[in-house]
Design a protein around this ligand. Structure first.
Ligand SMILES: Nc1nc2c(ncn2[C@@H]2O[C@H](COP(=O)(O)OP(=O)(O)OP(=O)(O)O)[C@@H](O)[C@H]2O)c(=O)[nH]1
Ligand SMILES: [Mg+2]
Length: 221
């Protein structure tokens, strides 16, 4: 094993230990924790805002990951949802330590914690944060080949959202082709085509979310 590979392995192992602590802690608090992963501009924050608007019967908090700026945290804060911006200042993914520190700083215990990861379809899938599930967000404007090109990311998804459905007719995105690629690497996770702009298709996603929330609380009993 060369030095670079060894360094990466050590880094991932150290991250996994903190992630395991996070996962135990979140489970002990009956929290559903979702790690939103997707390319820059895929529509993660817009989906989050449309979701927050529909789940006001839950206590929700957001950890907002970005390399720089608090633009997205400000968008979330306008909804009244507790939010903390996590800036990585260059790193292309959040890690478990950042999440642990950010969550401790918030000092609240929500029913649902959304973590918006850095816009990137590669590294965020490799770094476990201790989340309950990863939710991969892909938009129709990115092309339907993403599960073929980034299989590991789609393999580890607990759910996939295809967003910007309102733009579908202006693209050559084929939902069938996307699903064929997705099912080749992940037979179980649900896929929700939505438009966060118009609200189309949000209902099944919201139902899944609420179901996951109940599951976390039931499993804790
Ligand atoms: N038409 C349409 N536009 C959308 C939809 N969702 C997001 N957008 C637009 O897509 C752009 C990017 O959306 P964001 O939600 O900021 O994307 P993001 O994935 O959070 O981006 P980063 O945080 O920079 O990685 C914005 O101009 C949104 O208005 C949608 O469902 N339909
Ligand atoms: Mg965003």
């Amino acid at each position: 094993m060369n030095a670079e590979v060894r360094l990466m392995k050590n880094m991932l192992e150290a991250n996994d230990q903190v992630a395991a602590n996070n996962r135990d802690f979140f489970a002990s608090q009956d929290m559903l924790v979702l790690n939103l992963i997707g390319s820059p501009g895929a529509g993660k924050t817009t989906l989050l805002l449309a979701t927050l608007d529909q789940i006001d019967d839950y206590n929700v908090a957001v950890l907002q990951g970005d390399i720089e700026t608090n633009i997205d945290a400000q968008r979330v804060a306008q909804t009244g949802t507790p939010v903390l911006q996590l800036n990585t200042h260059g790193a292309c993914h959040l890690d478990a330590r950042l999440v642990q520190q950010g969550f401790q700083e918030m000092s609240i215990t929500p029913d649902i914690l959304f973590i918006e990861n850095i816009g990137n379809l590669v590294c965020p899938a490799q770094f476990d944060l201790g989340e309950t599930a990863k939710v991969v967000v892909v938009s129709v404007t990115e092309g339907d080949d993403k599960p073929y090109k980034y299989p590991a990311t789609f393999h580890c998804a607990g759910a996939v959202i295809i967003t910007k459905l309102d733009l579908l007719e202006h693209t050559d995105f084929s939902i069938d082709r996307f699903l064929d690629g997705f099912r080749a690497v992940n037979k179980v996770a649900p896929c929700f085509p939505v438009s966060a702009r118009t609200g189309q298709g949000l209902r099944p996603w919201l139902a899944w979310l609420k179901e996951q929330c109940s599951k976390v609380k039931t499993e804790a009993v």
